[in-house]
Ligand binder design. Structure first.
Ligand code: C5P
Length: 225
């Protein structure tokens, strides 16, 4: 029985958006609801795994039995993930991490000065959490199985396949179709070194279970299970 492979294993998941502060009251974020990542966390827990969920700012209850670490920025998320990755055997990056953050954080609220001048914002690139973890010794030696997500507006298979190779992960999961942010349903395309296959449209809860089973099936077998 495949999901048993996850029993007692540590599964680390990122979910939701990040929030990149500009000043004490403003910042850059996106519409990720976190629902897919939270559903995966609940499914991994149900499969017997010990689950750590690193969550950006979302309005979702913590799935029962899951250890949750709340973070704001991409750099906070990376630090939390790095703190938990050594004990994990699966890492699933479902978060919609901001690609950029404001180059500077203004300690005081940026004010209008009445002159009509607008602030000139500059951005710097955020660390790529998935690529960083996938490049670690444990991932490269097969002790940590890494799974990435891709949300593309067009040509999903080509873009997601390229992303799988670029991030150097064994499994890349594409969201098929129009924006899934906030929706309860989703359709997933799984891409690995064997090719691609779809998980047909279903609730994110059902897809969480299906995806966890697909991941368990791909893990190197432990103790002959
Ligand atoms: O490059 P892109 O953002 O499209 O890649 C999406 C995948 O990479 C997702 O699995 C996402 O969680 C992960 N990612 C990350 N850190 C970033 C950007 C993306 O972990 N800074």
């Amino acid at each position: 029985f495949v999901p048993k492979r996850l029993a007692g294993q540590q599964v680390l998941i990122t979910a939701g958006p990040t929030f990149e502060a500009l000043d004490p009251v403003r910042g850059l974020t996106n519409h990720s609801s976190g629902k897919m990542g939270f559903a995966i966390a609940a499914a991994a827990r149900a499969a017997g795994a010990q689950v750590t969920l690193v969550a950006g700012p979302v309005h979702l209850p913590t799935p029962r039995g899951v250890r949750r670490i709340n973070v704001q920025s991409a750099r906070d998320m990376l630090a939390a993930v790095q703190g938990a990755a050594d004990a994990a055997s699966v890492f699933i990056a479902a978060a919609a991490v901001a690609d950029w953050r404001p180059a500077e954080f203004a300690a005081q609220k940026i004010k209008k000065d009445g002159s009509g001048q607008v602030p000139g914002l500059t951005f710097v690139e955020n660390p790529d959490i998935l690529a960083t973890i996938a490049a670690s010794d444990r991932a490269r030696s097969g002790q940590l199985y890494c799974v990435g997500f891709a949300a593309e507006s067009d040509n999903l298979l080509a873009h997601a396949s390229a992303k799988r190779l670029r991030k150097n992960v064994p499994l890349l999961v594409g969201n098929i179709g129009p924006a899934t942010f906030g929706q309860d349903d989703n359709t997933l395309l799984l891409i690995d070194d064997q090719g691609s296959s779809a998980l047909p449209r279903a609730s994110k809860t059902a897809l969480g279970h299906a995806l966890v089973a697909e991941i368990a099936r791909r893990l190197p077998s432990v103790g002959g299970q």
